[in-house]
Ligand binder design. Structure first.
Ligand SMILES: *Cc1c(COP(=O)(O)O)cnc(C)c1O
Length: 424
């Protein structure tokens, strides 16, 4: 075996890793007296140590200031959502005015479609991927029906055209081209949750806009995983959640992006609420809705401050590490995992995520050769020994090494445990 695939090389990489200190900023779950080997940042990121202090701060303000907490001090609740906008904008490559932390992903997807899915008899179609995350499929179908159209006619799903269930840019181009004049909206993922395929957001945006369609992205598996340039790429909107790679806790407050070109468009329909009203006159409590300029204008309610607090702690870590450095380590981690699996487990695991690192983030989706029963048995074995991935029916284990808290040696732990199970 090549020296590069040895455990001692992995230990050397860990020792030389400039980001290695970030692992200590997280609470690592325990297993059998040691640390669990956690590869599920794609599903629920680990808890940053700073999260508890951020929540405690709000609890303290509530205890001592009560209603005055809305207007007192640098972390007053009135503008609390804005405390995260600057750092969040850096993570997604946007202007601070283009992002807002609010609601949850599915809610934000509906709110964005209210504004950016505006079907007409000539242009009623939403184009999306086949096999999308269920909430996206449900929301799209519901929106089409809400406008009095028929999903059988107005929902176009692009089928995977590549051997492992991934979708080529050519297939997307062909679909957008052939439905062009009827397209109202293209809704696309940044990274596909099941296969781990990353898409070329710029190319898809350009294709959609060339046909006169709106374009929105679901970035649930992209944010905090890949560097993004949303302002430059210039989709109409994007939505994401913060509990996956953004490590902000179960059911964390989610995010939304609205491109600057829409910020002053008062003709856009939106489901308005008082927290989207411009701040200067909000408390005059007048009946007429005057939206805040920017993504903030899509807010409905005064935000759950306790829910936003952990996001501040998490974003501090992203700010300190930087998305480019994180992506650099992520490429090395996932590249090593891929090499180890190809070299040592070709008879057990088959990667369905693209081989090209430009076409994936940190996640590798590994199909267990031999079918569902064998796959479940392997997955349960890994869980029993404290190596946590996640399971996707019928036979896929997803392993997502994240650069903030995973180490190169963790990859050996995974491969060694699979090896041991096979050799039993
Ligand atoms: C995780 C995920 C969701 C989750 O939606 P919630 O509203 O946060 O429950 C939606 N879409 C995609 C693509 C996801 O990966």
């Amino acid at each position: 075996m090549s020296e590069l695939l040895s455990r001692s090389h992995a230990l050397a990489l860990d020792a030389a890793d400039p980001l290695r200190g970030f692992r200590d900023e997280f609470l690592i779950p325990r297993h059998d007296g040691g640390e669990q080997t956690y590869f599920v940042g794609n599903s629920l990121g680990l808890q940053p140590r700073g999260a508890q202090a951020a929540v405690q701060e709000v609890m303290g303000q509530w205890a001592t200031l009560a209603v005055e907490g809305h207007f007192t001090g640098p972390t007053q609740w009135l503008g609390y959502h804005r405390l995260v906008s600057g750092q969040l904008a850096q993570v997604v490559g946007a202007l601070p005015s283009e992002v807002v932390a609010m609601n949850t992903l599915s809610v934000n997807l509906h709110l964005m479609m209210v504004s950016f899915y505006r079907p007409t008899a000539q242009r009623p179609v939403i184009l999306m991927e086949a096999g999308a995350f269920p909430t996206d499929r449900h929301a799209v179908e519901a929106q089409i029906r809400f406008h009095g159209f028929d999903p059988a006619d107005c929902l176009v799903e692009v089928q995977p055209d590549e051997a492992d269930g991934t979708i080529s840019l050519q297939a997307i181009e062909q679909a957008i081209g052939s439905h062009g004049a009827r397209l109202a909206l293209v809704l696309w993922p940044g990274v596909q949750y099941r296969t781990g395929q990353a898409f070329d957001l710029q190319a898809i945006t350009t294709l959609a806009r060339a046909q006169g369609a709106n374009i929105g992205f679901d970035l649930a598996h992209s944010v905090g995983n890949l560097p993004l340039q949303l302002h430059e790429v210039a989709p109409d909107f994007a939505v994401w959640c913060h509990y996956k790679y953004l490590n902000s806790g179960p059911g964390a407050v989610a995010g939304a992006f609205v491109h600057e070109r829409h910020h002053r468009d008062t003709t856009l329909p939106r489901f308005a609420g008082w927290w989207g009203h411009e701040e200067a006159t909000r408390f005059q409590m007048a009946p007429q809705f005057v939206p805040s300029v920017g993504a903030e204008g899509w807010q409905l309610s005064n935000p759950p401050i306790l829910g936003l607090a952990p996001l501040r702690a998490s974003l501090d870590l992203f700010q300190r590490a930087g998305m480019d450095a994180l992506r650099g380590k992520s490429l090395a981690l996932t590249g090593l995992l891929d090499s180890l699996v190809q070299a040592r487990l070709p008879h057990v695991l088959e990667r369905i995520t693209p081989a090209d690192s430009e076409r994936r983030g940190c996640q590798l989706s590994l199909r267990v050769i031999g079918g569902r029963e064998r796959g479940r048995a392997l997955f349960e074995h890994l869980r029993a020994v404290g190596v946590l991935g996640d399971w996707r029916e019928p036979d896929v284990i997803r392993i997502s090494p994240t650069p903030l808290y995973n180490r190169y040696q963790d990859l050996h732990r995974f491969v060694d445990e699979v090896d041991a199970w096979v050799g039993r």
